[in-house]
Design a protein around this ligand. Structure first.
Ligand code: PEP
Length: 246
């Protein structure tokens, strides 16, 4: 099994004004050399300022979404190239809130992930089942279907990360059984190994109500290579507590 450096990524969602950048400075000073890669994805308005705030630290900055096109008449959207131009190095695509609120399907997510690769960004591709899917015993079908449809052409362990985020666990304080996380991550690993020559090395993040108190147990699962963290990424103390257990 390859040695994989974990990634802990934070998704600030639609939270954060410039004053919140003090959290990034606090995180940088309390965790100068973490044992994992660290990524923070603030709202687009803060990407450039966060890049400046994180200067000289290992904290990478990314976007929460991008358009598939490089430029054009797409009011309100941002291109992957714009995230890169602002100093970002990654972008989340296919988050369940985007899939639900903006009717993004797998084909759109794949196109966005390919835009990320075109711009030289790390694509963090999200997949995850709803509670209804889980109750119907369809978790693996849904998650593997999303992976098959959303994985960008040209994906590799260097440019793509997969985040498994059960929709019902996001922002709810509910977390699947550890054995359920393990089952999904094993299935994702198998699919990636079948599809990509370096699929064994692609990082697989778990996301959904990760906090300092549960991160160690989750990150200890085989084929969990870090986390995608929402609410607990907003404060340096919480996010730092998660980074510290990798
Ligand atoms: C997320 O938004 O990707 C997420 C996992 O949120 P939370 O950690 O708040 O559940």
């Amino acid at each position: 099994m390859p040695q994989i450096r974990p990634l802990v990524a934070g998704n600030w969602k639609m939270n954060g004004l410039r004053a919140a950048l003090s959290e990034v400075e606090a995180l940088a000073s309390t965790h100068p050399s973490p044992a994992c890669d660290v990524l923070l994805c603030p709202p687009a308005t803060l990407i450039g300022a966060m890049v400046d705030a994180a200067q000289g630290s290992p904290i990478q900055v990314g976007g929460q979404d991008c358009h598939a096109a490089q430029s054009g008449a797409h009011t309100g959207d941002i291109a992957a190239e714009m995230i890169a131009d602002a100093g970002g190095t990654a972008v989340i695509v296919g988050h369940s809130e985007r899939r639900a609120d903006h009717a993004e399907d797998d084909a759109m997510v794949k196109a966005k992930a390919e835009a990320a690769l075109r711009a030289g960004l790390l694509a963090v591709v999200c997949v995850g089942e709803t509670e209804a899917d889980r109750d119907a015993g369809r978790t693996l079908d849904v998650v593997l279907g999303q992976l098959a449809g959303s994985l960008p052409d040209g994906a590799s362990a260097e440019n793509t990360v997969i985040a498994y985020e059960p929709v019902w666990a996001i922002g709810t304080g509910r977390v699947p059984q550890i054995s359920d996380i393990a089952q999904v991550h094993d299935a994702l690993r198998g699919a990636l190994t079948d599809r990509l020559s370096d699929g064994a090395s692609v990082r697989l993040l778990y996301g959904g109500s990760v906090k300092p108190s549960n991160a160690a147990e989750i990150f200890a699962v085989e084929n969990v290579n870090g986390g995608l963290v929402g609410g607990a990424s907003l404060k340096a103390a919480d996010f730092g507590g998660i980074i510290a257990v990798t």
